[in-house]
Design a protein around this ligand. Structure first.
Ligand code: S3P
Length: 446
């Protein structure tokens, strides 16, 4: 969906303590993959707990464009009747992935080894984001891409009629790139090998194995070597999507910031390739407990119990970046309310997300009275101590859901209210954000 929604200004104010249970939505990464792998299976995949954010709805519509039947049975309950590996039809219309980098990149991978021609586009944020990181490896399979300058959308991708398997070392720590190559490898004969120096989220590997592909991961001194045998018959699955640790980060942060709070966030994925934010919170001295650890939908999950308390600044090491890449905006808000300095290293990938997240957070934090420093690859926030941020500014969300939610969390702890110019992007990943936060007692609204 690339239409420009009317901007929705939103404001958050300091108020009472937050209390209650926060049922956060299903994991965005797993939701995209469940729809795509369902479409690549022969028969009917059933999904429960699907995130019904706009990003995922755009992927569902795209899968219909490729010939899969996608049906909603109830809230979070979906069925995908797939066409099988190599069975994608050529869509009649442009595939519009809206705001979603994950959606467009994974779908490009999934179609790149089929003899079809597809035109992709997205919203004002997505058309600025780099796609060469995807189309370069897809060219090795035999696919051809024709995009705007700098490899930007809109773009036409001509799938390889006679694909060859590929051995590819991912040059940037990106699960989207790794996943696009693996999905392309599904319809190439022989073995496709992806090597990643730094571990990134491993949902694609876990789910491909669950759908019956032969895939192995070997940990070597060069990094993770992932080998996929092409042309499997994927078997439809029942996918139970765990709750998203990246969305959970917002109510968790709000509870850490609003004096006297105590909340529970049940069933949150604690996949070790995703939980760097929670490791960092523990190092900052956060009062957080991980209760009832168990497995759900093939992922480790826990119930999080979070209480308000003082935080201290920390150094976040570069090797942790991939496991918390989407959590840095809200971490910078917590850092502003901590005692001492927080230094986030190895974070240059933040510059090519839905917005340049270092720049977006730095400008908004400065407008709220916080001292920050940045280099290309480092973001430093000078903490002012709990509740001491002046606030009183309107911050720009730059069409970025996580930037908008992070500044609204800041408003819950600041001396004066904090506004965002546009909260509409929040619907891409967390449509019930405002209702959930208000249900906990937060003063957040449009
Ligand atoms: C995602 C990977 C990450 C993350 C995005 C979701 C995924 O992007 O930022 O929100 O589902 O694979 P990169 O892989 O480009 O770092």
């Amino acid at each position: 969906m690339s239409g420009h929604a009317t901007p929705i200004p939103m404001t958050a104010r300091r108020g009472g303590a937050l209390r209650g249970v926060a049922q956060v939505p299903g994991d965005k990464s797993i939701s995209h993959r469940a729809l795509i792998l369902g479409a690549l299976s022969v028969g009917e995949t059933r999904i429960s707990g699907l995130l019904e954010g706009q990003d995922v709805l755009d992927t569902a519509a795209a899968m219909q464009g490729f010939g899969a039947e996608v049906t909603q049975d109830g809230p979070g309950a979906w069925r995908v009747h797939g066409v099988g590996v190599g069975g994608f039809a050529e869509p009649e219309r442009v595939i519009d992935c809206g705001n979603s980098g994950t959606g467009v990149r994974l779908i490009m991978g999934a179609m790149a080894t089929s003899p079809i021609t597809v035109c992709f586009t997205g919203d004002a944020s997505l058309v600025k984001r780099p796609m060469a990181r995807i189309t370069d490896p897809l060219a090795l399979f035999g696919a051809r891409a024709y995009g705007r300058a700098g490899g930007r959308l809109p773009m036409v991708l001509v799938g390889a009629a006679d694909p060859v398997p590929v051995r590819y070392s991912v040059p940037v720590p990106s699960a989207q790139v790794k996943s696009a190559v693996l999905l392309a490898g599904l319809n190439a004969p022989g073995e496709t090998v992806v090597i990643e120096r730094e571990a990134t989220r491993d949902h694609t590997e876990r789910m491909l194995a669950g759908f019956g592909a032969r895939i192995t991961t070997e940990v070597t001194d060069k990094g993770r070597v992932i080998t996929l045998v092409g042309r499997p018959e994927l078997r439809p699955q029942a996918v139970a999507v765990p709750r998203d640790p990246s969305s959970a980060a917002f109510p968790v942060a709000a509870a850490l910031l609003a004096e006297g709070s105590e909340i529970t966030v049940p069933g949150v994925s604690q996949n070790p390739t995703r939980n760097g934010f929670y490791t960092t919170l523990v190092e900052m001295g956060a009062d957080i407990a991980f209760e009832n650890p168990r497995e759900e939908g093939g992922e480790p999950v826990a119930d999080l119990r979070v209480r308000y308390g003082a935080l201290k600044g920390v150094e976040v090491p570069p090797e942790r970046a991939a496991s918390m890449i989407d959590e840095y905006p809200v971490l910078s808000v917590l850092a502003a309310n901590a005692e001492g300095v927080t230094v986030m290293r190895g974070v240059k990938e933040l510059r090519v997300k839905e917005s340049d997240r270092i720049d977006a957070m730095a400008r908004g934090l400065e407008a709220c009275g916080v001292r920050v420093e940045e280099t290309e690859d480092t973001f430093t926030v000078h903490g002012m101590g709990a509740g001491n941020v002046p606030g009183g500014a309107t911050c720009e969300s730059h069409l970025d859901h996580r930037v908008a939610m992070a500044f609204l969390c800041l408003g819950l702890a600041s001396r004066a209210p904090v506004s965002v110019d546009d909260g509409s992007p929040i619907a891409t990943s967390f449509p019930a954000f405002e209702a959930l936060m208000r249900g906990l007692g937060a003063d957040v609204g449009g």
